[in-house]
Design a protein. Structure first.
Length: 84
């Protein structure tokens, strides 16, 4: 139960972050966003893979290109909670 709540909060947060970033870029008439994914130490448990994925999807939906730079570790999304 607690794991599901945490995962839902993280999913909501990543969606909100991606939407805010894409909205800002759209208002500023950006054609390209360069996302540096190098630093994760300040929040090691954050779903960085999912955030990158959502940012790219949101920007593409608005007709903008997303360039991922910096050190990106290939990660897999968290597995679904087996006790749902």
């Amino acid at each position: 139960m607690a794991a599901r709540k945490y995962r839902n909060r993280m999913e909501s947060a990543t969606h909100e972050i991606a939407a805010q970033l894409a909205g800002y870029a759209k208002r500023r008439h950006f054609s390209n966003v360069c996302y540096n994914d190098a630093e994760h130490a300040f929040c090691e448990g954050f779903p960085w893979f999912r955030l990158r994925q959502l940012i790219e999807e949101e920007l593409n939906a608005h007709g903008m290109r997303c360039e991922i730079v910096g050190h990106t570790v290939t990660e897999e999304p968290l597995a679904a909670d087996e006790h749902q």
